[in-house]
Design a protein around this ligand. Structure first.
Ligand code: NCD
Length: 302
């Protein structure tokens, strides 16, 4: 499961129906089924993570897989071992699935050449974050009935966002329209050519949206100044009560987390938007169970 771009719509729908059936497991007294018993999963995170790493770990455990967590800061990477040598060594333990988050797409694709195990992409640089888009789309289809023919507004640091890219690929497979809004320096210039609408004025952009996906400013990926200051950024691109009042009453507001309140979303809107953002996190567990089950039982890349 390397990305949404190459994932057929039917596979996405199959993951959604599996996720739906897995949701119930997390409400049981004994939150475990033997679906992946005897399988070994290694969580390999070369970049920071809270939600993605913990939910992959829990998802694997609820399916009875054995899980090993690896984080770059406490490994031999700190002693100078390369990423590829690290994976080759872990390969010697015959894992079935690697869940990998890494700072560059090239590194992820290189790793696929050094393992027999299935690989699930948990975020490769600014390229893709397929399970985040799946959980976003799953959340939308649970709230609105489907992801079909919607107006999906994505706001903020599009240029550095793997979440934006995966969601663009995903929602477009369901004939939804994508509208991007952010500072001109943070919206890739080739989007318009691909039939994606670009809007620089958030007040106007929110008006027709069914779904509003707010993004975090990826300061760790920004190599130069893309806007004068965070204050200036939030003045123009934060979701405020005044802006949200212009949107449709039933518009969904999503955020992949972590949220920087008052930068991307005004903190006075927490009561309105946080419940759905937490629902995204909850759905992330069921969606990752579905992805691990598909990959772990079919033994192939989705
Ligand atoms: C996202 C990521 O890591 O790309 N977070 C996540 O997985 N929930 C978004 C972000 O860090 O801004």
């Amino acid at each position: 499961m390397l990305g949404i771009k190459a994932l057929p719509r039917e596979e996405i729908e199959a993951i959604f129906s599996l996720a739906k059936s897995f949701q119930e497991i997390s409400t049981r007294e004994v939150k475990k089924v033997p679906a992946l018993r005897g399988k070994t999963l290694i969580n390999l995170f070369f970049e920071n993570s809270t939600r993605t790493r913990t939910s992959f770990e829990l998802a694997a455990k609820r399916l009875s897989a054995d899980v090993v967590n690896f984080s770059a800061s406490s490994s031999s990477l700190a002693k100078g071992e390369t990423i590829i040598d690290t994976v080759k060594n872990l390969e010697a333990y015959h894992p079935d699935i690697f869940v990998i988050r890494v700072g560059s797409s090239a590194a992820l694709y290189a790793l696929t050449q050094h393992t027999e195990a299935s690989i699930v992409n948990a975020g490769d640089g600014r390229n893709e974050h397929p399970t985040q888009a799946l959980l976003d789309m799953f959340t939308v289809s649970q709230q609105l009935g489907s992801c079909e023919k919607l107006k999906v507004l994505i706001v903020g640091d599009i240029l550095h966002s793997r979440v934006a890219r995966s969601n663009m690929f995903g929602f477009r497979k369901f004939a939804s329209q994508i509208i991007l809004c952010g500072p001109p320096s943070l919206v890739p210039f080739d989007c318009a050519e691909e039939g994606i609408r670009v809007e620089y004025d958030l007040d106007a952009a929110v008006e027709s949206a069914d779904v509003i996906i707010m993004l975090r400013v990826q300061q760790e990926r920004q190599t130069s100044a893309f806007f004068p200051s965070l204050r200036e950024y939030s003045k123009n691109y934060a979701l405020t009560p005044r802006r949200l009042a212009r949107a449709r009453k039933d518009a969904l507001v999503l955020h992949p987390g972590p949220v920087n309140w008052d930068v991307e979303i005004h903190s006075s809107l927490k009561w309105r938007v946080h419940p759905l953002i937490l629902k995204q996190a909850e759905n992330g567990l069921a969606v990752r169970m579905a992805v691990l089950f598909s990959v772990g039982t079919k033994k192939r890349t989705l």
